[in-house]
Design a protein around this ligand. Structure first.
Ligand code: NDP
Ligand code: TDO
Ligand code: MG
Length: 301
């Protein structure tokens, strides 16, 4: 069964490409062949590939830049996502769409559940929330997966930023008052596969439709995430790096991030019979993968 994956060069699309699954053939397509802001390019890609389902992993993900480019973020994350959903709907196929913890305000005491009211505090978060709504309105056969703090050997992410900073510093300052769950993109790819298996069992069904939180097990602050990254890197022979824990106030950024973006995953586990591993296990596997050369420039798989 062919599955069209948008956002070819992105962390999640590339991680889907790493999966070994006999059931699905993932075909990822990117710009300029498939551009979310170009409806004709979407129609052409679907007609060419004739997928059984589409995974929309393309997005405008530059959180700080979005503050001054909100229209560009909306063009991709809202209108673009809605267009992917509509083209899928026109062909009678389901869409799996990725969304984010940044749809929440971050002032809840416990983990967020799907029924909690989103209240994004950033332009990126607003564009992603509008995208969820556009996808749901355009195609009833949708699964929206909210994930968080994605890292991998691919593209740019917090783990790779930390490893780069550690190359010429002994101490890195990282915020310790924002909580969430670091989630390895390869674990996300496995989670998406579990959703696809469920859909394939019951394509005309409606039980699986809806919005789900899908993050790794456990929780961390960005400072704890950084400490674990450095501890794992040290095990593989890299020089020691210390984390200086700071407050959000001490690390001003254009976009406001949620103080708490922990998300409960019970609904996902119940519906799809799958649970993502502990986040620390992902950090270890990611650093092993980077050391083995995965994600280096020039390597395409
Ligand atoms: N990264 C994270 O921490 C998190 C991500 N998510 C969500 O998960 C999904 C995937 O994220 P991730 O893999 O990290 O993303 P990346 O930032 O790694 O990749 C984004 C991809 O989207 C593509 N893209 C951007 N604009 C367009 C467009 N107009 N048309 C087609 N493709 C476009 C980029 O292509 P190009 O190379 O051409 O720029 C790139 O391939 C997104 O929906 C994101 O919002 C959710 C929570 C956390
Ligand atoms: C690089 C760096 C960041 N920070 C802080 C800033 C911020 O509060 C936090 C994370 O910073 P980043 O800019 O790397 O991460 P950010 O771009 O905010 O990551 C987000 O990306 C989008 C796409 C999502 O959907 C989210 O789930 C989340 O993963 O860490 C430090 O304290 N020290 C540092 O050296
Ligand atoms: Mg960033």
């Amino acid at each position: 069964m062919r599955v069209l994956v948008t956002g070819q060069t992105g962390q999640i699309a590339r991680s889907m490409g790493e999966l070994q699954t006999p059931l699905f053939d993932f075909v990822s397509v990117g710009r300029p062949i498939l551009d979310l802001t170009d409806r004709a390019s979407l129609e052409a890609a679907f007609a060419d590939i004739e997928p059984f389902a589409v995974v929309n992993a393309a997005a405008y993900t530059a959180v700080d830049k979005a503050e001054t480019e909100e229209a560009a973020a909306f063009a991709v994350n809202c209108e673009g996502a809605g267009a992917v959903a509509a083209v899928a709907r026109g062909r009678g196929i389901p869409i799996i769409h990725l969304s984010t913890d940044y749809v929440f305000a971050g002032d809840k005491a416990g983990p967020y559940v799907e029924a909690d009211k989103p209240d994004p505090q950033s332009a990126y978060g607003r564009s992603k929330l509008a995208g969820e709504q556009a996808v749901a309105a355009a195609n009833p056969a949708h699964v929206i997966l909210r994930t968080a703090w994605v890292y991998s050997p691919f593209g740019s992410n917090f783990l790779k930023t930390m490893l780069r900073l550690a190359e010429d510093r002994d101490v890195v300052r990282v915020v310790g008052d924002q909580q969430g769950t670091p989630t390895y993109a390869l674990d996300i790819a496995e989670g998406i596969s579990a959703v696809l298996r469920r859909i394939a069992e019951d394509p005309a069904g409606s039980e699986w439709r809806g919005t789900y939180h899908m993050v790794a097990e456990g929780e961390a602050t960005w400072a704890e995430f950084a400490e674990t990254i450095f501890a794992e890197a040290e095990k593989t022979g890299q020089a020691a790096t210390r984390v200086e824990v700071i407050s959000t106030e001490e690390y001003p950024t254009p976009a406001k991030r949620p103080a708490n973006s922990r998300m409960a995953t019970n609904a996902f586990r119940k519906q799809f019979g799958h649970q993502l591993p502990a986040w620390q296990a992902g950090v270890e596997r990611c650093i092993t993968a980077i050391n083995s050369g995965l994600g280096v420039m020039g390597r395409t798989s």
